[in-house]
Design a protein around this ligand. Structure first.
Ligand SMILES: C[S@@+](CC[C@H](N)C(=O)[O-])C[C@H]1O[C@@H](n2cnc3c(N)ncnc32)[C@H](O)[C@@H]1O
Length: 307
């Protein structure tokens, strides 16, 4: 029997930890900066009801439409916006919101995006080389892979994928695209497989996994967005308000860790997670995509004295 994939479903990662540690109360104002299908937010709204307010932000219009259905019964208590979270200040200003009790960032892409082949995120299912979270944005993976120089591709693979064979892969991609443009995720996978040394070709994790991550980060300028958003959210946090960030790879986690340390040194926040929280074995068994998740949480302090 063929298993059906429920594309409207995303199992929220570290849900209990997020809900408990965000210190949610009836009446809280919460910004879910990575709404996705509202997996976390469906639980958040229950904790802040009856008079709380949820602002949900996502760059992806398709996800937002599903989230809207999933939150339909709370429609009067939510504002959902299609926006890059790096502009969260614009969203809050537009809603005339001056103070927030909690921000949540659950980074990366959702199961829904990964499992939809025509989005081009998946290494498992063939699709076009797209990888844009916002399908209205101008640059896709196709554009980067078919037009950047060898040096530029190599740098993306090195910096955003920590890919050891970055130069070899970049050389092969540029050589192949002279014959014809590289159009699909399957073609990209094959070229990378042939580019890495033979003994690397039969690893448990596909040799193209790091390159897929790298191109996705480059297409969506993910790391810049995260840095900007962390800077912007702190001033909106109410004294005692909290920010929670779930990251899925060391590049993201390092940004969160460094930003939190810097805000802490400036006396703006107290870090509540000395070490990031990780999912339990039981959660990883139930939801294998949670396996690399790391959650960091911080609390706003001394706002009145400082500002
Ligand atoms: C891991 S999923 C979140 C899943 C969600 N917490 C849930 O339980 O349904 C990450 C979501 O964040 C969105 N996203 C990633 N970076 C973004 C950014 N810079 N601005 C807005 N949305 C972003 C993606 O489109 C994706 O829908």
């Amino acid at each position: 029997m063929v298993a059906m994939i429920d594309k409207t479903h995303h199992v929220p990662v570290l849900l209990k930890e997020v809900v408990d540690l965000l210190n949610l109360r009836p009446g809280s104002c919460v910004v879910d900066c990575t709404l996705g299908l509202a997996g976390h937010s469906q639980h958040i709204v229950k904790h802040i009801s009856p008079n709380g307010f949820l602002i949900g932000i996502d760059r992806d219009a398709d996800s937002l439409a599903i989230a809207q259905e999933n939150l339909a019964q709370y429609a009067g208590h939510c504002a959902l916006m299609q926006k890059d979270f790096r502009y969260l200040d614009n969203v809050l200003d537009q809603l005339a919101i001056k103070e927030v009790d909690a921000f949540l960032f659950d980074l990366g892409v959702s199961s829904y995006q990964l499992d939809t082949p025509d989005r081009g995120f998946s290494i498992r299912n063939n699709g076009p080389l797209d990888m844009r979270m916002d399908r209205n944005s101008f640059i896709s993976a196709y554009d980067l892979i078919n037009s950047l120089s060898t040096d530029e591709i190599s740098l993306i693979l090195k910096n955003f994928g920590q890919e050891r064979w970055h130069r070899r892969i970049a050389d092969c991609l540029v050589r192949e695209r002279v014959k014809h443009p590289i159009e699909s995720t399957e073609e990209l996978k094959k070229i990378i497989l042939n580019a890495v040394p033979r003994q690397q070709q039969h690893q448990k994790i596909h040799p193209a996994t790091r390159a897929f991550q790298a191109f996705r980060i480059a297409v969506n300028r993910e790391l810049e967005a995260l840095e900007a958003a962390l800077d912007k959210c702190i001033p909106y946090l109410r004294d005692g308000g909290r920010v929670a960030v779930i990251s899925f790879h060391s590049l993201e986690d390092k940004i969160v860790k460094d930003k939190f340390h810097s805000f802490s040194k400036q006396g703006k926040i107290r870090i509540l997670t000395k070490k990031p929280l990780r999912p339990t074995d039981a959660e990883v068994t139930d939801n294998v995509r949670s396996r690399s998740a790391r959650l960091r949480i911080a609390e706003r302090i001394g706002k009145k004295e400082i500002e």
